[in-house]
Design a protein around this ligand. Structure first.
Ligand code: ZN
Length: 197
């Protein structure tokens, strides 16, 4: 029989649903919250709600942002003729860390994956096509999976006829879902030695 108060059980269950958190860690976190000051817990709860309430998608690049146009898109020092297409916002974070890329981004929101019911319409492809005026190069920084490859080829076929150069990172760079396995130096080199499709 579970003798823990129901509120505590609920918190443990909620932590347990987070990625990489097992039952043991979830329990430890819940007890930590129980023992900390009411003020600390309130700050944590507020921070969680703020992320959910205040963050939307940038209307240009679809990156998470608190403004309608994100700080990257509104930075006039960045090269507006260069767009790097990524699967998610976390990849932007990683590429920004390399200090290698000074263009703009476009977040697709995933890759084409028929088995998961994700077709081109489910991704932000239309939004990408709508912002290509004046763009000289599109870099495809998608994961090296079969789905990522297929998405790169699909995008290349759509964009290339418009006279825009399409490049991609050196093969084998684990982006997207396997993002955490790539280091800044490797990514930096992959950006420098990108190849034309
Ligand atoms: Zn933006």
């Amino acid at each position: 029989m579970n003798t823990l108060p129901q509120a505590l059980q609920q918190l443990i269950a909620a932590f347990g649903r987070l990625p990489g958190i097992g039952r043991k860690t979830a329990t430890r976190l819940a007890f930590h919250i129980l023992n900390e000051s009411a003020q600390d817990s309130e700050e944590l709860a507020k921070a969680i709600l703020r992320v959910k309430n205040d963050i939307k998608l940038c209307s240009r690049c679809l990156n998470f942002s608190e403004q309608d146009i994100c700080p990257i898109c509104s930075d006039s020092r960045r090269n507006q003729r260069l767009i790097c297409v990524v699967e998610d916002s976390q990849t932007i974070l990683l590429i920004e860390k390399t200090n290698e890329f000074k263009g703009l981004y476009h977040v697709l929101g995933g890759v084409i994956s028929p088995l998961d019911g994700i077709g081109p319409e489910e991704l932000h492809i239309k939004e990408l096509l709508n912002r290509l005026e004046g763009v000289e190069e599109v870099i495809l920084a998608l994961s090296p999976s079969t789905e990522g490859e297929a998405t790169s080829i699909y995008l290349s076929r759509l964009i290339k006829p418009q006279g825009i150069k399409i490049t991609r990172l050196a093969r084998g760079i684990p982006l997207g879902s396997s993002l955490e396995f790539v280091d800044e130096l490797t990514l930096s080199k992959a950006l420098q030695s990108r190849s034309e499709m």
